[in-house]
Write a protein that binds this ligand. Structure first.
Ligand code: TRP
Length: 471
């Protein structure tokens, strides 16, 4: 069955040229704004070290096992997530309700894309500002002002958001297996090199030891249960897990490729990029007296200060923001591929029609995020959050972890062990059983525990204390 399905899939969407193309494409999806923009600022907001440790633990004990589960689901079914889940539920003879994994994933990807495109637009805007020399010898306050001016300029934000959305639509319209593999082969390594250049700069000119201590000094008193949920959510976000992106890419993975090694490689590369980005950014943050908890602007304020004062900073700075934009691009494609490939498989749309419709809708909704940084900055109807904060919270902290939880439960408990084993054939029995136990118990329980503790911390502990006080 696998062979036949693979054949028709190959005709409809294409197949990766080999294991390394899959690794690069999955890394392209994983490495993005999450690593370079989001990780440093949420680490800053949540006090640093202890947060980073929890995040790394989440990657290792939840992220990697769940990612293997997601890849194997996609590769076994060789269809887009929604249809994949419906086939696999039938194969496992369980309720079709399991398709909800596909549906909620498609929705989460769409919602993330709406704000992802706006933030990627900031990076695009910064390419122009870099080339223009706006940051040459700029003091931190000047850079801060340039950034706030950008945020206040709705027209400009919308323009860059549109450019980025068009770039995404363009690649998805052409089919992700065509151009992407090649692009990623050249550009990802270049991004690595540039991050190391930045790391070198910050070790020379930044407050390196303070930056290092901030990221790796495990002070648990600074960490709250909400911080733990942020770390967990980010582990999913940064690995592109819990919404079917990796499942969709897994569907194009050659049958002979080894799922386990491939996934570990992707997770390691992704973590490396985040840590290097953090180590490049924080020493500069401290040397320039910027607050580590500055929020979403952290990257956009700290790095231009560094580039502005660096020899050849103009060149490095422009190339850096071009690469960040490209990293965001290769990620945004994977956010929307599940929905588009589902629409194509349904037979009601062709690729171009599907992506045009989805692209326009996501663009429109992105306007809400644009406004969150200016006109609507004080409009917080949803849990006291702006539109952007709410979308980020809903997707990263609720939908992705829940998606991951159900993916783990499905693979661990619902699929027959034989079919799972067929997809993870390369491991020894012991390794396989270890992984299976993680997927069955550790990953779901860890996700559930974070939710329970958070609920307790936020609501129940207050009531409990009140109740005790009453008695
Ligand atoms: N992982 C990407 C990043 O770190 C974002 C991303 C791409 C994503 N595809 C995803 C997040 C799917 C969640 C789900 O920037």
């Amino acid at each position: 069955m696998g062979q036949i399905a693979a054949g028709s899939q190959q005709k409809m969407h294409g197949i990766w040229a080999g294991r390394w193309t899959f690794i690069l494409a999955a890394t392209g999806s994983a490495v993005g704004l999450g690593n370079i923009w989001k990780f440093p600022y949420i680490a800053g907001e949540n006090g640093g070290g202890a947060f980073v440790l929890v995040y790394l633990l989440c990657i290792a004990i939840i992220g990697v096992p769940v990612m293997m589960a997601e890849v194997l689901l996609g590769r076994r079914a060789r269809k887009s997530p929604i249809y994949a889940m419906s086939d696999l539920a039938r194969e496992a003879k369980v309720s079709r309700l399991w398709c909800a994994i596909g549906w909620s994933g498609a929705l989460a990807g769409f919602l993330i894309l709406t704000f992802y495109s706006v933030i990627a637009g900031w990076a695009l805007a910064y390419v122009g500002k870099m080339i223009n020399g706006d940051f040459v010898h700029a003091a931190p306050e000047t850079v801060g002002n340039i950034f706030s001016t950008l945020l206040a300029d709705k027209g400009g934000l919308i323009q860059w958001h549109s450019v980025f959305m068009l770039m995404t639509v363009g690649v998805v319209a052409a089919g992700v297996t065509k151009g992407l593999g090649v692009a990623v082969r050249v550009l990802m390594p270049l991004l690595f090199v540039l991050l190391f250049v930045l790391l070198w700069y910050s070790s020379q000119y930044g407050d390196f030891s303070r930056g290092f201590n901030f990221l790796f000094d495990f002070d648990f008193s600074k960490l709250t249960w909400s911080g733990v949920l942020v770390a967990l959510g980010h582990a999913f976000f940064t690995l592109s897990l819990g919404m079917g992106a990796i499942m969709a890419y897994g569907a194009y993975m050659p049958s002979h490729a080894e799922v386990s090694k491939t996934v570990v490689t992707v997770a390691l590369l992704d973590t490396l990029v985040a840590l290097v980005a953090g180590m490049a950014i924080f020493p500069i943050v401290f040397a320039a007296n910027i607050e580590p908890s500055a929020g979403p602007g952290l990257l956009f304020v700290s790095l231009p200060v560094a580039f502005g004062n660096m020899d050849s900073g103009l060149l490095f700075g422009s190339v850096f923001f071009i690469l960040v934009s490209i990293a965001a691009w290769s990620s945004s494609i994977s956010l929307i591929e599940p929905v588009v490939s589902w629409m194509v498989e349904s037979g009601r749309f062709n690729r171009v029609g599907a992506i045009s419709l989805v692209g326009v809708t996501a663009w429109l909704m992105g306007l809400g995020t644009v406004l969150s940084f200016n006109d609507w900055a004080d409009f917080k109807p949803l849990l006291g959050m702006t539109f952007f904060d709410f979308l980020d919270f809903l997707t990263a902290q609720i939908m992705l972890p829940l998606g991951g939880l159900f993916i783990a439960l499905f693979v661990g408990w619902k699929m027959s062990k034989a079919s799972v084993r067929e997809e993870i054939a390369e491991t020894t029995d012991i390794q396989f059983d270890l992984w299976l136990q993680m997927v069955r118990w550790i990953s779901p329980l860890a996700v559930a525990a974070v939710f329970v503790f958070l609920l307790w911390d936020k609501f129940l502990s207050g009531w409990w204390a009140a109740l005790i006080a009453l008695i």
